[in-house]
Design a protein around this ligand. Structure first.
Ligand code: ADP
Ligand code: ADP
Length: 217
């Protein structure tokens, strides 16, 4: 599903966020990326999510070498293949849950009624079928994250990338969100989760440890 071959990423200004990273993630894996703040975890997820290109080395996603794709093809790859979940939820304020989720299908070329129908199904899948018309400020943190996960998976992406999805949650809601990710994983979705939480990391079958821009274990 994902191959990084001797990947380096240097940001303008000279920060070497990743060095010589090689990594393979197979279809159907659930992988944690673990490491301290500033170690390069988000950078790695941005490369895997085709949001950024490497400075050196090769990133291949679902058979596509990212450096060979035009910006349009990269955007299409992200839209069709990858769902994103963030620590800060990134829901649209004042917008009902069902429409926040339906926005995950904006690029799928289907009408509003069908987008809403699928959004309702996705909210059911994450246990939020009773919160269709709630707006973000009317939801708890854990509920907001479940809505955000519904938005990420409404288009049935092959790959789900989560950057500290439990970072803003109390431990009980965090555990529920992780249970939900495990459930989606059993349904066949490949998932990569960034975390610096030891307990969350301990519950993941495969862990990639990052330190100072290198994979250490
Ligand atoms: P983590 O997710 O582990 O906290 P990051 O990948 O966010 O680590 O950051 C790795 C390093 O790259 C840090 O030194 C960070 O300051 C730097 N960095 C991240 N994004 C940028 C950027 N857009 N421009 C410049 N430096 C960045
Ligand atoms: P957080 O738990 O991250 O503080 P909030 O509930 O404050 O989440 O906000 C979630 C999103 O909803 C944000 O984009 C915020 O700007 C927006 N939002 C919160 N309250 C309202 C409101 N009363 N009307 C419109 N948008 C709101």
């Amino acid at each position: 599903m994902i191959t990084l071959e001797r990947v380096g990423k240097t940001y303008p200004g000279g920060v070497e966020a990743l060095r010589e990273v090689s990594l393979t993630i197979d279809p159907g894996e659930l992988v944690g990326v673990v490491g301290p703040s500033g170690s390069g975890k988000s950078t790695m997820l941005h490369l895997i999510g085709a949001l950024e290109l490497p400075t050196t080395g090769t990133v291949t996603i679902a058979g596509n070498d990212l450096s060979q794709l035009s910006d349009n093809r990269l955007a299409a790859l992200r839209g069709r293949t990858i769902g994103f979940v963030f620590q800060q939820f990134h829901l649209a304020g004042g917008v009902p849950a069902v429409d926040n989720v339906a926005d995950g299908l904006l690029y799928a070329g289907i009408g509003l009624r069908e987008r809403r129908r699928r959004a309702g199904n996705a909210l059911e899948r994450v246990g939020m079928g009773h919160r269709l018309t709630h707006r973000p400020h009317q939801l708890s943190g854990g509920e907001k994250q479940r809505v955000a996960i519904a938005r990420a998976v409404v288009g049935d992406p092959k790959l789900l990338l989560a950057d500290e999805p439990t970072g803003n949650l109390d431990s009980a809601s965090g555990a529920e969100v992780m249970d939900l990710l495990r459930e989606l994983h059993s349904g066949g979705t490949t998932i990569v989760v960034i975390t610096h939480d030891r307990d969350i990391a301990a519950g993941l079958h495969r862990r990639v440890y990052v330190r100072d821009g290198r994979v250490t274990a």
